[in-house]
Write a protein that binds this ligand. Structure first.
Ligand code: GDP
Ligand code: IMO
Ligand code: MG
Length: 431
């Protein structure tokens, strides 16, 4: 099986970018399969930090091909900023960065529709990143969208104008918002040149030919499973399928090609934007996690909501994704706690359950927590799993036990090198 998958098991920002960057060297191709510039994937290595939104996180490895798949939605303005970033960093990407012709384009008016829709919702707003994601996927499923391949058409300007006019009509149903369409449109058209120059492929043919040629592919997810359009905390979700099945639609491959599914979870939990979050900590522990974990959005800079890790939530997303390996990130953020909690079951409507309720937004959930001793020490120089404090190993192995999936790596810092491999080990006991 040729395609391994990395995806987030919570509400996004689990550290996917870091893990993709770390593992990319073992693959021939890294391919993003969904989402768009709502994503912010942070990579840190050699004292440098990069945040990618559209471009796959394998781009800093010198020999890997990076594919922006058909399931991705692309804003040429964001993409051109990312290309600037690569140019400034001296990355040679021209022959290694491919974009699928069937990927949809985010127009400036998609962003205005996103902003107007959010403003009209008042307190019920989704907390969208305002990057135009929802309206673009709406046009895709509504069969109105513009795709990357369309920019090669002699009728492109006409197609663009027709869609723009439609959006301007639609905007009239919302209270007015401020925008300078002429200026944004000019910038957007200029940035299209970047896309014109990029190597375009019929992604599904390309990927399948590479599979046939024996190449190893890593599919990179954006957002997290709890933001999936079908299975997330609807309506407080994004507009794409963030789970493993999204790889098939977003790259054009059959389910038989999926190999390892590497699920990423923080050692605690965060969410940015509105919506339910059963184990959220609205107290000083939550504040501490935010500060210690630098929990501010990589795309919007918004403070992330913080809470303890949530076992029923992870059991759910592991089930949906068919996760075969777990990577636990940001365990170092828990270093200072004298005790750590994990939500292990939910109480709602008078019953105890590990099943997420259908109407999770309006169901009052009281999680039951299990407490674990902290390790109260830095993990700074630890490079081997066996050298982690017993309390940290115990916590990791508790996760393996409850989630019934092996943890293969533990991340102890933002840098590429801060990653500890874990072989299937003997269970740690605490005396
Ligand atoms: P992504 O969207 O899943 O790629 O994650 P983000 O980049 O949005 O957010 C993860 C943040 O945590 C970034 O600032 C990373 O640099 C940082 N990070 C990743 N792994 C670790 C870790 O193990 N420890 C700490 N302290 N930070 C980490
Ligand atoms: P990465 O890939 C965290 C959230 C937004 C909002 C909801 C809908 O970095 O993990 P959208 O702009 O998609 O319409 O917003 O989804 N959201 C994310 N949260 N990480 C992300 O991506 C996110 N992408 C979208 O905050 O609540
Ligand atoms: Mg992110």
């Amino acid at each position: 099986m040729a395609i391994d998958v990395i995806l987030g098991l919570q509400w996004g920002d689990e550290g996917k970018g870091k893990i993709v960057d770390f593992l990319a060297g073992q693959y021939d191709i890294v391919a993003r399969f969904q989402g768009g510039p709502n994503a912010g994937h942070t990579l840190k290595f050699d004292g440098k930090k990069f945040v990618l939104h559209t471009i796959p996180s394998g781009i800093f490895r010198p020999n890997q091909i990076n594919v922006i798949g058909n399931g991705v939605v692309i804003d040429p303005i964001t993409l051109s900023k990312e290309i600037d970033l690569l140019n400034n960093a001296g990355v040679v990407y021209q022959d290694r960065l491919l974009v699928a012709r069937k990927a949809h384009l985010i127009l400036p008016t998609h962003r205005y529709l996103d902003a107007a829709s959010e403003a009209s919702k008042g307190k019920a707003k989704i907390g969208s990143t305002l990057k135009g994601i929802g309206p673009t996927y709406m046009d895709k499923t509504g069969r109105n969208g513009l795709r990357v391949g369309d920019i090669e058409s002699p009728h492109f300007e006409k197609l663009y104008s027709a869609l723009k006019e439609k959006h301007l009509d639609l905007l009239k149903i919302y209270p007015p918002i401020d925008f300078d369409l002429d200026a944004e449109e000019k910038k957007w058209m200029e940035c299209l040149d970047i896309l014109r120059q990029m190597k375009k492929v019929d992604g599904e043919y390309y990927i399948n030919a590479q599979i046939k040629a024996g190449k190893k592919i890593l599919a990179e997810g954006a957002q997290g499973s709890m933001l999936d359009i079908d299975f997330g905390t609807y309506p407080y979700v994004t507009s794409s399928n963030t789970v493993t099945s999204g790889v098939c639609n977003g790259l054009g491959v059959s389910p038989h090609q999926i190999g390892e599914v590497i699920g990423i979870t923080k050692a605690y939990c965060t969410r940015v934007g509105s919506g339910p979050f059963p184990t959220e900590l609205d107290n000083e522990d939550g504040e501490f996690l935010r500060k210690e974990g630098a929990e501010f959005g990589a795309t919007t800079g918004r403070p992330r909501r913080c809470g303890w890790i949530d076992i029923p939530q992870l059991q759910y997303t592991i089930m949906l994704n068919g996760v075969t390996q777990l990577v636990v990130t940001k365990i170092d953020v828990l270093n200072e706690f004298s005790s750590i909690q994990a939500g292990i079951s939910y109480e709602y409507n008078g019953t105890t359950s590990n099943q997420l309720p259908y109407d999770i937004t309006h169901t009052k959930i009281t999680p039951e927590f299990q407490s674990f001793p902290g390790w109260k020490q830095s993990l700074e120089n630890i490079v081997e799993y066996d050298h982690l404090p017993a309390e940290a190993k115990y916590f990791v192995e508790f996760l393996e036990d409850k989630l019934e999936v092996p943890v293969t790596m533990v991340s102890t810092g933002p840098e590429r090198k801060k990653l500890i491999k874990k072989a299937t080990a003997v269970m740690t006991s605490l005396n």
